[in-house]
Write a protein that binds this ligand. Structure first.
Ligand code: BDR
Ligand code: CA
Length: 315
């Protein structure tokens, strides 16, 4: 089967790093580039992490770009204390990653625009951070929606509460961007908390990475263990960690493992509910909604896919 051409747009924290590992370790993807955004970390910290992980896994050829560094409606961005607690100040659980010689290019938005023009519907975009870069792409050239391939986006919560107040973290960073992207993109799948909280990675899975690769495997497992330490305190019933960002990657190759509900999806942009993802009431009778909202998942299949890919990338 031909590999799926993919661009990964991420705010490289710990689960974003596992999503990158999933892309690299499965044989399903041709990774054209990684574009960074702000969220778990500052944009430039995230792309440093991406470049370093690409080098450590033998994939230095994959280009890395800095995308935007704050929400469309704001002038700047500061990492939230809770993000630094969950992902570590460096976005990798405070586990040191070596500096890389790999060049990080500017202008991830331009890279996205040129890639959509070049590859059209053959290009899959997976996002695992705020949707700011993609919203800016479509603000700069709205005609691109006619050319774009599928988008799989980790973010949002339809049937469950959010994880930052009432909203999910990625959407809460830039509700306006999410609203625009959900309204414009013709084929977009929301891989939100409704499903990512049904996919659980266990400490035993992560321990295996240490055996597969005592150097990088230990580093990666230390980072994920620290992520699980936070989960043990905030949601002890999970006994492991939710698999957020890798689920969006896996949905791109195994959509049949996910049950979706087609909706015209709105995002609340103001007030106490800002960032909440909810259907447009006035569009409920309309046919052919554009957003496929994931509401159920075969969680063990998704977890096993992640685990196999991580073990593969660490070999
Ligand atoms: C999302 O928020 C971020 O902290 C994670 O990396 C993930 O993308 C989960 O709500
Ligand atoms: Ca993320």
């Amino acid at each position: 089967m031909a590999k799926q051409k993919i661009i990964f747009d991420c705010d490289m924290g710990i689960d974003d790093s596992m999503a990158l590992g999933t892309i690299l370790g499965s044989d399903c993807f041709d990774l054209l580039g990684v574009v960074g955004t702000y969220g778990n970390v500052y944009t430039e910290q995230g792309t440093k992490n991406a470049a370093s992980l690409l080098e450590l896994t033998g994939h230095s050829e994959v280009p890395v770009y800095n995308g935007l560094d704050h929400a469309l409606t704001k002038d700047d961005f500061t990492v939230l204390d809770v993000s630094a607690t969950i992902h570590g100040k460096n976005g990798f659980g405070n586990v040191a990653l070596p500096e890389t010689e790999n060049k990080i290019s500017k202008n991830g938005v331009e890279f996205l625009i040129q890639s959509i023009k070049k590859y059209g519907s053959d290009l899959t975009i997976v996002t695992s951070g705020p949707l700011t870069n993609l919203a800016e792409v479509l603000r700069q050239d709205s005609s691109l929606v006619e050319k774009m391939g599928p988008v799989f986006s980790m973010g949002g919560a339809l049937t469950v509460p959010g994880n930052v107040g009432g909203a999910e973290a990625n959407i809460s960073q830039d509700p306006q961007a999410a609203k625009e992207v959900f309204a414009k993109v013709k084929d977009i799948t929301m891989v939100g908390l409704d499903v990512t909280q049904r996919v659980i990675l266990r400490r035993g899975d992560v321990a295996k990475w240490r055996e597969v690769n005592p150097d990088l495997g230990n580093k990666w497992a230390d980072a994920v263990d620290s992520y699980m330490d936070f989960g043990d305190k905030s949601c002890p019933w999970v006994k492991g960690t939710y698999v957020h960002d890798p689920s969006a990657v896996i949905c791109a190759v195994h959509p049949e493992w996910f049950t979706t509900l087609p909706l015209y999806l709105n995002v609340v942009t103001e007030g106490a509910e800002a960032g909440r993802t909810v259907a447009y009431t006035e569009k409920l009778q309309m046919t052919d909604p554009n957003v496929k909202v994931c509401i159920a998942v075969e969680g063990i299949k998704v977890r096993d896919f992640l685990q196999n890919a991580m073990c593969e990338v660490l070999k």
